[in-house]
Design a protein. Structure first.
Length: 126
């Protein structure tokens, strides 16, 4: 089954991980409410072991600082068109524009976040 994936790599200050988790939990509920098939937020755990093989690692790629952790996150949709429909509904959702968050800084630097849309070419499920 072909699907579409939006992927994200970002850095979060270690002392703001709980704040980011709360924001991500809220975001997950909103994306799922509007039709996303799966919403995942994952914090780095074993992210440097591949250096021994000469591979780039997520922290190195993301230029993560000593006081930060790296997140790899993704949202799965039926198709790119479905992604566009869901995201349009998400952006129009009143809870995305809660005034109490208007002037509050994000728990990560959006200029250092990597984002991309991907077509699946292999999708195996048990």
């Amino acid at each position: 089954m072909k699907q579409y994936v939006d992927g994200f790599v970002l850095q979060v200050k270690k002392n703001r991980v709980n704040e980011y988790r709360k924001m991500a939990e809220k975001g997950g509920k909103i994306w799922m409410k509007h039709g996303a098939l799966l919403y995942i937020e994952a914090i780095g755990d074993d992210v440097s072991s591949a250096e021994k093989w000469g591979c780039w690692t997520f922290p190195k790629m993301a230029k993560t600082k000593k006081d930060e952790v790296v997140f790899f996150s993704f949202i799965i949709y039926k198709s790119k068109a479905h992604r566009d429909q869901v995201n349009k509904k998400v952006m129009a959702d009143p809870s995305m524009n809660d005034p109490k968050y208007k002037d509050k800084p994000m728990p990560f630097d959006m200029k250092r976040m990597a984002v991309g849309g991907f077509k699946t070419i292999v999708n195996k499920k048990k």
